[in-house]
Design a protein around this ligand. Structure first.
Ligand code: MLT
Length: 265
């Protein structure tokens, strides 16, 4: 589906239905297809809405500067366009950064938060440099080169070995992203603020989820994230790396399903 959000033809999946709206924001360098198992598997408990951020999947890059705040404003614009007042907002990794930015900018529209394999803190100086190196690589050699560098940090080695088709389709998905989208997101991640102070003011139910074997943003980070959000709970997903929703969808969906069931309707 596509809808105009402040001049950007935004692509999204929407299961519809009367359930609690649950927005799921993809990570980097991914798109809404990463949530296919949630769109299929959670539609009975929530109205699942999964957008492509500008420059990813089927949504064209938007003009002007990109930041976590502009991504979050796009998500808010999508909810407005769909006439949804409040929703549970969730995201994996970079999608978690967007979710925390949404919470800062649009707190009154948040019913609950699902933060998956993400972190509160900003980039270290080394990480900032690595963003620029990755952007130069994307420009010089295309997004496939960036994807090739990242792929083995996304899934557990066990899954990558046992399920080469899953690894291949993830690599294809990552490689299919546009250079403009990838370069803009790298700068936006590099310059993102510390979400720690705003997280300490979160007043809605929050579920932190982490793949127990994530090496990119390890469980220790998720423990700190949980500790920095009043009342937050942490669910560790066994046998999963950086994308537990993709690698272990049943366990992931169970955790989200239980969380959504605790929320006031
Ligand atoms: C992601 O998975 O979205 C990114 O790897 C997050 C990051 O690089 O900080």
């Amino acid at each position: 589906m596509r809808i105009d959000v402040r001049g950007t033809a935004t692509a999204y999946d929407d299961t519809g239905g009367p359930g609690t709206p649950l927005v799921l924001v993809h990570g980097f360098p991914l798109d809404r297809r990463i949530w296919a198992a949630q769109v299929r598997g959670l539609a009975d408990v929530a109205r699942v809405i999964a957008p492509d951020l500008p420059g990813f999947g089927d949504t064209p890059a938007s003009r002007g500067a990109t930041s976590m705040d502009t991504y979050a404003a796009g998500v808010a614009g999508l909810l407005e366009a769909l006439r949804i007042d409040t929703a549970v907002i969730g995201g994996v990794s970079m999608g978690g950064y967007v979710t925390m930015a949404f919470q800062r900018g649009f707190a009154s529209r948040v019913r609950g938060l699902v933060l998956v394999d993400t972190r509160a803190g900003p980039d270290s100086p080394e990480a900032r440099k690595a963003r620029d190196t990755a952007a130069a690589l994307a420009r010089a050699e295309g997004t496939g080169a960036v994807a090739a560098q990242m792929i083995d940090k996304m899934l557990t080695p066990e899954t990558a070995r046992a399920n080469p088709a899953m690894r291949r389709s993830l690599l294809d998905l990552m490689s299919s992203q546009s250079v403009d989208g990838v370069v803009a997101a790298l700068a936006a991640m590099r310059d993102r603020p510390d979400s720690g102070p705003s997280n300490a003011r979160i007043a809605v139910p929050t579920l932190v989820v982490c793949g127990a074997a994530d090496t990119l943003i390890p469980p220790k980070e998720s423990e700190s994230l949980r500790d920095g959000i009043p009342g937050a709970r942490l669910s560790l997903i066994p046998d999963a790396g950086h994308l537990p929703n993709y690698e272990q969808p049943e366990a992931f969906n169970r955790a989200v399903r239980e969380f959504v069931a605790t929320l006031p309707r």
